[in-house]
Design a protein around this ligand. Structure first.
Ligand code: CU
Length: 143
């Protein structure tokens, strides 16, 4: 009689403690797994958003079409489209006056180069003749 009662009791105690342990682990595991997988997705989206394309253009005359340009920090592709028929280029200088990128000088069509840009404020200008003095310059803000 005593043995018959002891065995089911032991089994119940064991099963009970196992269930409790499992339940605890499951709850903890689920709570931790869900936010971390969400973070991984966000990080992936963030890193693919690093850098981008910075587009400059000059449609006519001695002028860029834009004077305030913004870009994402990172490895950026700098594109320049010249529809003016006048030779132009795009030179990017940091706030210390150091040249960080420059495109080819083109009279028509488009060209591109790359630049590793850190957050900050840059100046862009055309280095052909006195185009900069005639107004071909602007501000590039990198965030
Ligand atoms: Cu120019």
């Amino acid at each position: 009689m005593t043995k018959k009662l002891l065995i089911p009791l032991l089994a119940l105690t064991l099963a009970g403690s196992l269930l409790a342990a499992c339940g605890g682990d499951d709850d903890g595991g689920t709570t931790i797994t869900e936010p971390s997988s969400t973070e991984a997705t966000t990080t992936g989206g963030g890193s693919s958003g690093s850098g981008g394309t910075v587009a400059f253009s000059a449609s006519s005359g001695i002028a860029y079409d834009e004077t305030d340009v913004s870009a994402d920090a990172g490895s950026d592709t700098i594109t320049f489209e010249n529809g003016s028929g006048i030779p132009h280029d795009v030179v990017i200088e940091d706030s210390d006056g150091n040249e960080v990128a420059s495109t080819d000088e083109i009279t028509s069509g488009s060209t591109e180069t790359t630049a590793d840009l850190k957050a900050g404020t840059y100046t862009f200008y055309c280095s052909v003749d006195s185009h900069r003095e005639q107004g071909m310059e602007g501000t590039l803000t990198v965030k």
